[in-house]
Structures are given as C-alpha cells and as structure tokens.
Unconditional design. Structure first.
Length: 183
C-alpha cells in the first residue's frame, strides 16, 4: 500500500481500463481512479472492504493475526475465507506465501483496513468518481447499511449481491462472478 502511487501508473497503461479491485484491492482501484481519472473507464469492485462493516478489534492486533496467518494451512484458510475446505487447493500457494514471507504484510493491511479515516477517504473518493461503478458483494458478506444508503441512488453505481457468496466469490462463485464482470 505504501507504494501504490509507484506501481499503479504502470499497471494502468495509457488507454482507459476497467479496473477491477477485490477487498483491499478495491482500495487500490479507487485510489487509481482518484489519481488517474482519465485512465479509468469503470470500477468493478468486489467485496470492497471500505463499504462493509469495519473489522473488529482482533484484526488490529497485528502480532496475533501474523502468527495465525503464518500457521494457517490451505484448508484452514479456505474455511476462514469461504466457509468450507472446498477451495483449499486454490489457496495452497497463498498459504505457502504466508508461511514464508507475507504474513506480516497481510496482517498490516488487515489492521489498516480498520482505519476509520482511510475507509472514509476511500468512500469519498469513490463518490467523486463519475464513471460506471459496479459493486459486487456476496449475500453472506454484504455492504454496510450506510454504504447502501450512500451509493444505491447514484445513477453511475450498480449494487449486486451474489446469493450464497461470501467475501471471496472468485473462489466460491467463479462463473457467476465472471458473468457479472463481462456485462
């Protein structure tokens, strides 16, 4: 997150793009739209953390979260992220990365995601974006009621809820999500 401004322009290229962001990645997408509005055609956002209920205080305890992540195998991650072990194979490389190097960074990002100020800044930036916005969440991981109130009436925003999906619909509802993204 500290170097988004460095790598975002390279990811975007010169032509306008539909910039998809998931969870914390939705924050990167909104940041890119704020800084480079001429390069963003639309914002499909999947489970944008800053429009959902804020994480509890336990997520802000970085050492505890880092330890949990370092010791989580793929089956445990799958249970935590999707509610079942059915996606463990898809999460094996993520579990390995967490064990080797990335648990501390992920714990830091999760703690930062609880920042009231950052969440408000991202909401305000999203409200300023004039292009099409598609917000896709799972019915088991919905938007916060005040986010629905803020964005439901905006003509450029479409709110979509995938029945039975949680925070990672790309794992549990891949074909439905792909269909929504190709609209």
């Amino acid at each position: 997150m500290a170097d988004w401004e460095t790598w975002l322009p390279a990811v975007l290229g010169e032509e306008p793009v539909d910039l998809i962001g998931h969870s914390i990645g939705a924050g990167a997408a909104v940041t890119a739209a704020e800084q480079f509005p001429d390069r963003i055609r639309s914002l499909p956002l999947i489970a944008p953390f800053f429009l959902q209920v804020a994480v509890g205080p336990a997520m802000r305890l970085r050492p505890l979260v880092r330890t949990y992540l370092r010791h989580a195998d793929a089956a445990r991650l799958s249970r935590q992220l999707t509610g079942s072990e059915g996606n463990a194979n898809a999460l094996e490389s993520s579990a390995q990365d967490l064990r080797r190097t990335s648990a501390g960074h992920v714990a830091q990002y999760l703690a930062h995601a609880g920042s009231t100020r950052w969440r408000a800044e991202l909401r305000e930036a999203l409200a300023r974006f004039a292009g099409p916005v598609r917000i896709i969440t799972g019915s088991a991981d919905p938007l916060a009621p005040d986010a629905v109130t803020q964005f439901a009436s905006r003509p450029n925003v479409e709110l979509i809820s995938l029945p039975g999906a949680g925070h990672h619909p790309q794992l549990t509802h891949a074909s439905e999500l792909a269909g929504l993204l190709h609209k």
